[in-house]
Design a protein around this ligand. Sequence first.
Ligand code: CP
Length: 514
Amino acid sequence: MAASFCDRDIISITDFSRAEILHLCEAGRRMEKLEKTGERNSLREALRHRTLSYMFYEPSTRTRTSFNTGMRELGGRYDGFSGTEGTSVMKSETVRDTVTMMCANHNDVIVMRHPLDGSLQWAADVANIPVINGGDGKNEHPTQALLDVLTIYALKDGRLDGIRVGFGGDLSHGRTVRSLSLALSHFDAVTIRWAAEDFLGMPEDLTRLLSDRGVRVEREGTVRDVMRQVDFYYMTRPQLERMPGVTQKDIMSMMKQYRIDVAKVEGFDVRVLHPLPVNSEIAEIDYRVYFTPAQAFFAQAEFGIFLRKALLHEMLAAGGYRRYDGRLPAELGIGNNRLPRRIRGGKQSGMFIDKIHDGTVIDHLVQGSLRTVSDALDLENRGYSCTTATIPEKRNPFIKTNLAEPGDRDLKTIALLSPEPTIDAIAGGRIASKFVYLLCANTNCITRVVNEDVPPRFYRDNGTVRCRYCRRPYTISSRKVSDEEKSFWTAGLPAGIQPVAYPDDTFTERVTAH
Ligand code: CP
């Protein structure tokens, strides 16, 4: 079956099949051919009247401009922001509201980059037009992976099976190594070798995932040990902006033996790739390497234009535009992270619910967290009661309040300070319902930013529970939750990331562009 990218969000490289990656490589090569034969503008009618919105919350040179170039050469237009200064993000506008405005502005596609993991899945949920991930936190950069694969495909005359790739620099804090290695895992007999400081090394979860997908991953002692055994050496920039507390001096010292200089490439038939930018102060690639036959990263950057032009063509050339009607699906306000618990009779009396007839008990808080949780909730200043208590023999801190239904902002605030609290709704002096509030444990996940109001959602991926947004695995740690309760909740989760359904067809009515 032919691959179709029409109306599709581009969020994670893991959403692509081998056939789809090869399809886009061929489409990218056709764009390359047009350029090489002087036909750069031959498709200038393809996206006439189409507009791309770029939303770059983080700096970018290549990703933003190459999408814009692709759009321009296909006859479309582009508009947006690069950096949040001058936008209402400075006035605390949420991602949800900003994305919605780009839909209201009659755009046909959004390309977004944002520092939080999972922010692009959230943008895709919110938008009624396709969204392309231009990089979310240290999570994914799928079009970078696609252009990297296209570069290898083109330089190796269409061969991806059996490819040998080296990784260096910072494999831990960037997103390109994750996305490219997962893209390569679709191909047979792929070997990845890497050399880096422990702190910057290949994440263990990624090594495991790649091994499970049939990729051979080997750590080597030196850069030359890698160079000697690979076709491509993929160097990456230390992502200082994602390493709080680490100085440039620390990184210079970690990188000392792992920088690439002429001596490390000499004598080897290897091409050096880099997603760029190179940090000119750290100089993870010495400038003299730029003038050797090994240098392939500027050609790689141009493959980014071919790939993104091809992708936009595949996504937008067919069909009409989507109408906007100002409504949001209810699903965007509701999570599936409340794990129901059984109500036991013994808790119906005693100090646990003493003195609250109707309200909430926030139970099973982490020891020592009572003060910080109650300060953060600030219940009394908001006009509610707040009694903090601990049952000494159970060492079980809890809060009683007459606030009847804590909202998600309250529940997230609690869960950030004391993971997996039990929330008991008290009605008529009895426990009416009981649930554990679950929140993704990835500290950079957008679901943890209280005022973004992203409802935590999880899904099942074979035997693993994952956060819908950053896709990290989630393990229930509360010792209070029984196996039966866990199984019941897990069985109710969707088996994968289903698109958010918009209320009805009229909301997204397709009409012919003219
Ligand atoms: N490789 C890459 O994403 O470059 P930019 O940060 O310049 O977009």
